[in-house]
Design a protein around this ligand. Structure first.
Ligand SMILES: Cc1ncc(COP(=O)(O)O)c(C=O)c1O
Length: 398
């Protein structure tokens, strides 16, 4: 009855939280997606940096099919093999020792803050405050809204949970000044994603890590957007020569299925049985899919490929910047890239790209963001660039 009226129906049925663009996606394959009128799009949004291996990657589909016929859900009062296999893969390929699985990024960060508070209680005389940065994004739960240093997300919900201090990003001094005897940790995104793809200066993370070590507080990295190959190494921390005490993952970890993870070094793995938990966390179905995705990414050297194609993409975007003076900056790492304009035309750009068959994301009023699948080819990048070029040229003429 409503077949052609999905968007109208959505307006009636949903709480008004986010805004959507007028495209109803019904299927996808690799970097391509199709809408309910069978229009084809090149998808450079990638489920918001989630579809690491593109839409419906065969390895993930196979793992899901196999696991769906074997065991879909079991409670965490039992051992289940897919989550143990995924934990082993993550531990063997990172600097962390122990894992806790959950269902989303916000939930992973909640776990990280709870673990930091356990550390504060047990080792720092009850210290409980966590320092985070402006323009960060850590999720939408109440505590993560307090952690997220963006007033537009915070204001509707004040008063927010206590214990979070937001300071300037990319400033070591700001973190030093905010640290006091009640501080138990610092949480940073190696590159801020939702804040506009903000890349810090090279030794920022190193200096913060040194400060945390000096003060005996936890150095926590939120790699929910940057992790699992997105920036050209399996984890972004590898590029900055640091090792987090705690790290959170979600998004690309499942290559399309909802999963989050909290990883910690042995000495900070201070939860005791009963301290934390989740019904669905570590669900066999999603863990089997995530294991297949991460194994494929590691075995096929996908992060190195991301570096290559990411540089190719950035060079092409820089060429566009030379041609169109209203592009002010191209920034990013690997396949997490933003294009900034000197005016607030991101909405307009997104719509114009849709009309020409390219899906991109507005991350700020004057900035669009690209998070294509990690398996994108140079040919697909060329196609996206050609569409962008047409859209920008039309903008000049208008
Ligand atoms: C860095 C970072 N942390 C946390 C989150 C929240 O993840 P989720 O939406 O899965 O709760 C996001 C989502 O965009 C993110 O980019």
């Amino acid at each position: 009855m409503y077949r052609d009226n999905w968007q109208e129906l959505e307006q009636k049925l949903f709480l008004r939280t986010g805004t959507r663009v007028p495209v109803t996606l019904v299927r996808g394959k690799g970097a391509l997606a199709w809408d309910d009128h069978n229009r084809e799009y090149l998808d450079f949004v990638g489920g918001w940096a989630v579809n690491s291996l593109g839409h419906c990657p065969p390895v993930v589909v196979e793992a899901l099919e196999k696991q769906a016929k074997t065991l879909i859900q079991a409670s965490n009062q039992f051992y289940t093999i897919p989550q143990i296999e995924l934990a082993r893969l993550l531990v063997e390929n990172s600097c962390l020792d122990r894992v806790y699985f959950c269902n989303s990024g916000a939930e992973a960060n909640e776990g990280a803050v709870k673990l930091a508070r356990r550390y504060g209680k047990l080792r720092l005389n009850g210290a409980y405050k966590v320092i985070t940065t402006y323009s960060s994004f850590h999720g939408r739960t109440l505590a993560m809204t307090a952690a997220t240093g963006q007033s537009k997300f915070q204001e509707p919900y004040i008063p927010l949970p206590d214990g979070f201090v937001n300071v300037d990003y990319n400033s070591v001094e700001a973190i030093k000044q905010a640290t006091d005897e009640q501080t138990c940790g610092v949480i940073l995104e190696p590159i801020q994603g939702e804040g506009g793809v903000n890349v810090p200066y090279d030794d920022y993370l190193g200096k913060i890590q040194s400060w945390c070590r000096e003060k005996g507080i936890l150095f926590i990295l939120d790699e929910i957007q940057t992790g699992i190959g997105r920036t050209g190494t399996l984890f972004a921390y590898e590029q900055y020569n640091v090792e987090p005490d705690i790290m959170t993952l979600a998004k690309g970890l499942g290559s399309g299925v909802p999963i989050g993870a909290l990883l910690a070094k042995e000495e900070f793995s201070l939860f005791s049985p009963g301290d934390h938990g989740s019904t669905f966390g570590g669900n066999p179905l999603v863990c089997a899919a995530a294991h297949a995705a991460v194994k494929y990414i590691i075995d096929n050297g996908i992060p190195a490929r991301v570096r290559q194609v990411g540089e190719y993409f950035m060079t092409k975007l820089e060429n566009l910047k030379q041609k169109f003076e209203f592009i002010t900056q191209v920034r990013g790492r690997g396949l997490l890239i933003a294009l900034e304009f000197d005016r607030e035309i991101a909405d307009e750009m997104v719509r114009a790209c849709i009309d020409k068959g390219l899906l991109v994301n507005k991350v700020k009023p004057a900035t669009i963001r690209f998070m294509p699948p990690l398996i994108i080819t140079e040919k697909e990048v060329d196609k996206a660039i050609s569409i962008l070029q047409d859209v920008l040229a039309e903008k000049v003429r208008s």
